[in-house]
Design a protein around this ligand. Sequence first.
Ligand code: SF4
Length: 346
Amino acid sequence: MRWDNLAENDPVPPGAGRAAALFDADAVVTRTVDTPEFRGVTFHEVRARSIVNRVPGVSRMPFEWTVNPYRGCTHACVYCFARKTHSYLDLDTGLGFDSQIVVKVNAPELLRRHLASGRWQGAHIAMGTNVDCYQRAEGRYRLMPGIIEALRDHANPFSILTKGTLILRDLELLQQASEVTHVGISVSVGFLDDALWRTVEPGTPAPERRLDVVRTLTDHGIGCGVLMAPVIPFLGDHPDQLRATVRAIAASGATSVTPLVLHLRPGAREWFMAWLAEHHPHLVRRYERLYAEGAYAPKWYQRRITRQVHDLATEFGIGPAHRGAARRIPQRVEPEPVGPTQLTLL
Ligand code: SF4
């Protein structure tokens, strides 16, 4: 493993200005935990040199600063765009990403020190933007309580994006933080389909459990949006599927819904296409055409999904103007029967 090849900005490709190593090689402890919950998972406990990362200017991300206490993710989503970052450590971007987890064990103390420094201006910090900070490892290492406490104590605005129900463990801390600063929580739910979930997001809580998180947070006064991501072409994009998903999101009390079509960057693309060939071989050719230009689906496709989801959000009353009305939609929503996709152009 190459700890000297790991720099601050997680999404930056090798050679693009990544100079400073993040970890001291002699501060790495590797543990293989043989409990049923973590069978086959190896944790690399490291003492990081820094924890607040600046997002590169070329990034399309709508935030400038991030904190990522983990690398790798046992949620194991086949499409995960962060897979590529494991290659910077000479770790495998497939199963290695799912099972070789880097844990920055000193993240809370580093963050507290950073927030107290005179140079820090109190900018918004985004978490869960590279890998999930409420993945299962967090149940063992409990880094997020210390991180939220530091942010609360400095009244520093922050946001969290997660698929993990574990976030509810820290509900009280999130409430305390939201009393002194802006706290934005988003939960990622791209679809409801049970069979699709079990194969493409095998380590995550079920979509319905994630919507329970949205419901609990909003019931406790913490507004929570849903990142409807990814919308998976030909498998999760049928109008009936979009409708069932947005309807369930509305019933959860989400304050917003933001659709995002699957993108396949290097590292994720190879892994996803191998999965597709195994589970849906008839779709391989269509995917090759849809993603022929690169990591993103064509603009016309993205616009169509966005328009459909926005129309459904309006219909089901998601958003500040409709708060309360959406919750009157029955909460148990059975997925509607789904026919073949209507995307016949490909
Ligand atoms: S939960 Fe997020 S970070 Fe984890 S594997 Fe899935 S997409 Fe990647």
